[in-house]
Design a protein around this ligand. Structure first.
Ligand code: HXC
Length: 258
């Protein structure tokens, strides 16, 4: 599959998606969204693919935001009428796990796109920020919500109100990213982690993703009940039978994803 604004390749069971508008620091225009929707849908539908990595081209930027030049002439009617950027909901609907590998700038929509991932792994040169306020607007792709849930109100409010960028080390201690690695090793580290996830029983991986995401949507009591029911349901899978037999027989599991 070839795209105008992204590169997609399959590396074993891992799909690597690379934002590829380096001349605009991978700014997210409508074509990027169209391409990402197709690439994530293809990844989700392909049984040979078990985890994805989304990254930026070059070390300078994951993505420096929504494309300001594309947004500049738009009116309220244009934005509201087209439900601008609602298409990103189709990316967050991806059922299989995926990782954002962030080097350099992840600003505005770039930070928001990274936060749509199941986890973020960052290069030590990563810079996260929600600078939309400096453009006279606000976060619009989930930043005010996902950043607040990830790092808490105080830091989120400070970042969204001032546009301050947060470096990789602070992002790790604040809980925004799972891990920081030297920028030069970012892609290898992300692919290694993705391969580790890809080697897990695929139904359980989807189930775990649903469970953890439910923590953002439900009360504790509802979430714990949801978790328990999902756990129960996995006892209907071949991989549960295999996984527990493999443990008892002291051998690796052989997953069917059924
Ligand atoms: C369009 C962008 C862009 C963007 C950078 N470029 N960011 N184009 N949209 N978001 C382009 C520049 O115009 C320039 O192209 C080229 O990329 C290189 O950028 P420079 O600014 O020359 O690089 P540098 O001096 O190193 O500065 C890097 C930077 C700066 C600090 C990241 O580019 C910057 O502040 N970018 C905007 C960041 C931002 O405000 N993001 C939030 C966007 S709003 P030319 O052709 O001019 O040389 C948003 C809203 C989300 O995301 C919600 C929407 C619903």
């Amino acid at each position: 599959m070839s795209f105008e604004t992204i590169l997609v390749e399959q590396r074993g069971a891992v799909t690597l998606i690379t934002l590829n508008r380096p001349q605009a620091l991978n700014a997210l225009n409508s074509q990027v969204l169209t391409d990402l929707i197709q690439a994530f849908a293809a990844f989700d539908a392909d049984p040979s693919q078990r985890c994805a990595v989304l990254t930026g081209s070059g070390e300078k930027a994951f993505a420096a935001g929504a494309d300001i030049k594309e947004m500049q002439p738009q009116s309220f009617g244009d934005m509201y009428g087209s439900n601008f950027f609602a298409g990103y909901d189709r990316i967050t609907a991806t059922r299989k796990p995926w990782i954002a590998a962030v080097a350099g700038f992840a600003l505005g929509g770039g930070c928001e796109l990274a936060m749509m991932a199941d986890l973020i792994i960052a290069g030590d040169n990563a810079k996260f920020g929600q600078p939309e306020i400096k453009l006279g607007v606000s976060p619009g792709m989930g930043g005010s919500q996902r950043l607040t849930r990830a790092i808490g109100k105080a830091k989120s409010m400070e970042m969204c109100l001032t546009g301050r960028m947060m470096g990789a080390a602070e992002a790790e201690t604040s809980g925004l990213v799972a891990r920081v690695v030297p920028a030069a090793e970012l892609l290898d580290a992300a692919l290694k982690l993705a391969n580790e996830i890809a080697a897990m029983p695929p139904l359980a991986a989807i189930a775990v993703k649903e469970q953890v995401n439910a923590a953002y949507e439900m009360t504790l009591q509802q979430g714990v009940l949801f978790e328990r029911r999902v756990f129960h349901s996995l006892f209907g899978s071949e991989d549960q039978t295999e996984g527990m037999a493999a443990f008892v027989e002291k051998r690796p599991g052989n997953w069917t994803g059924k």
